[in-house]
Design a binder for this molecule. Structure first.
Ligand code: ADQ
Length: 470
């Protein structure tokens, strides 16, 4: 048996200070630890000139290999094509999508560089698992260099239908790149139908009886399996973290400062897909339409700064600053601040304690591949007195979390109604809803997600075997 080799844009090498706020790092470390695997990706550093050098370290039973990226390419690849083009496109935000052919070329060059640096590190039996939208063409680049290993891809963000994806000038090429994988995994059934629709409408490829498509890559016929693998969290581990954190100094300070008021909590990266301004407006509508909650409820929003090099993200920060200020200006009392807005990352255990202290978890993205905050909030609850999850119907998590109160985040008044309902919900109903969701989370953990994906990938026939069967 070979190793599992995980490839992602950023690699959370342990010595690099704070853990990233993204959900990916958290989900993958356990898997790599148990398989003695390798994690490959960008170091987070740029170089001025010359070719990339691969740096390797071993820590906590995991090998890490990273490369620096050329300064110019990194900008075009990361801030440009990945976060300025693909991120808004895949989140259905065509109005925010920018396109520059130079960035598209940098994206491809970086993917080629990744493939060139990884190839010499691979053994013939290794299974390669590539993650997310920054690295879609990487398998095609590896195949062009002759890689025969099984290669899987998982997209953490939504997969929209072709009517949306076709706005991208390179849509067809990007879809063809996916055919270089043995397995392409997406989060939900709805993403899978987006993907199938893209293959059908964009490339004229239709799934076979097993749900895979066939196409030509590097002069060879290949079959690509397509499936949905909803990501989970370390449910037990997070529940334990929250139980302990509830007695920690931060949660105690928070609770003391609340008096007998109820807490609503929101936590995410400061990203326009997360619907933060809409959420603030929803909370504002609660105070306007249900005055019985005035001075009885506080909304704590913890928003970790993210992608500050992209202008849209800086604009979002300004918009939120002003919205929080306006709601507080309109409704605050000398002894009550309705919105507590903390624009930075907080430690994982502190966040877990805050979730547990909150009567309502308010998770209202405009689009989200899955959304781990929704799952963490549920896992963090006290089984004897659980809080209520309010969840956007546009989060992947909504597909399986039917104990949540679902909302359309664009409708502030509807959000206010659900907030009022959550704040008044009797214990019996809260428990019933929570227990159902918790059972689902215990079943669909991050570990199981990774195992299921890798099992499916490792069952794929290697190209030579596949040729014999076709
Ligand atoms: P993200 O867009 O980063 O992930 P999410 O799934 O919610 O979104 O994960 C965020 C993680 O960061 C959670 O573990 C959360 O606890 C943590 N976090 C949030 N706010 C924080 C703060 N202020 N301080 C510290 N930590 C914070 C992408 C996709 C998602 C998909 C994941 C995993 O966009 O849809 O669920 O990948 O596949």
């Amino acid at each position: 048996m070979g190793r599992v080799v995980v490839v992602s844009n950023r690699v959370a090498v342990p010595r690099r200070g704070e853990p990233a706020a993204g959900g990916l790092a958290v989900a993958l470390k356990d898997v790599l630890k148990s398989s003695g695997g390798l994690w490959f990706g960008w170091s987070g550093e740029t170089r001025k000139d010359g070719g990339p050098e691969t740096r390797r370290v071993r820590a906590g039973g995991i090998d890490y290999a990273t490369i620096d990226l050329n300064e110019q390419d990194q900008k075009g690849f990361y801030a440009g094509y990945s976060n300025g083009t693909l991120w808004p496109l895949f989140h259905f935000r065509l109005g925010l999508m920018e396109y520059d052919r130079k960035d598209a070329e940098a994206y491809r060059r970086v993917n080629r560089e990744f493939a060139q640096a990884l190839l010499p590190l691979l053994g013939p039996q290794d299974t390669v698992w590539i993650h997310d939208y920054q690295l879609i063409p990487m398998a095609a680049e590896l195949r062009a260099l002759g890689a025969k290993q099984r290669i899987g891809f998982f997209l953490h963000i939504p997969f929209p239908p072709f009517a949306v994806v076709s706005a991208l000038p390179d849509a067809e090429r990007l879809l063809r790149d996916l055919l270089a994988y043995d397995l392409v995994g997406v989060q939900t059934k709805s993403d899978l139908s987006g993907l199938l629709n893209c293959f059908a409408e964009g490339l004229g490829l239709f799934p076979d009886a097993m749900g895979g498509v066939r196409g030509e890559v590097a002069g060879q016929q290949r079959r690509t399996q397509l499936s949905a693998h909803p990501i989970g969290i370390d449910t037990r581990g997070f529940a334990t973290l929250a139980r302990k954190a509830a007695y920690g100094p931060e949660t105690q300070r928070l609770l003391n400062s609340m008096g007998d008021r109820s807490l609503i909590v929101g936590a995410e990266r400061l990203d326009y897909t997360k619907g933060l301004p809409h959420r603030m407006r929803g909370f504002g509508a609660l105070l306007a339409n249900f005055p019985e909650h005035l001075n009885r409820v506080t909304y704590l929003q913890v928003a970790a700064r993210s992608r500050n090099e992209v202008a849209t993200y800086r604009d979002l920060k300004r918009e939120l600053d002003s919205l929080a200020g306006r709601i507080n200006g309109d409704y605050a009392e000398f002894d009550w601040t309705p919105v507590r807005y903390v624009a930075r990352a907080v430690a994982r255990d502190t966040l877990a304690g805050f979730y547990r202290a909150a009567r309502v978890g308010l998770v209202t993205p405009l689009r989200d591949g899955m959304n781990l905050v929704a799952k963490e909030y549920v896992a963090a609850q006290d089984p004897e007195d659980p809080g209520v999850l309010i969840l956007s119907q546009f989060a992947g998590a909504a597909e399986a979390m039917d104990g949540a109160l679902l909302v359309n985040p664009l409708d502030a008044e509807a959000m206010a109604v659900q907030l009022d309902r959550a704040l008044k919900m009797p214990l019996g109903e809260r428990k019933e809803r929570w227990e159902g969701m918790m059972r689902g989370l215990e079943d669909q953990t991050a570990m199981r997600w990774a195992e299921n994906f890798l099992t499916e990938l490792e069952e794929m026939p290697l190209p030579e075997q596949d040729m014999m069967w076709s």
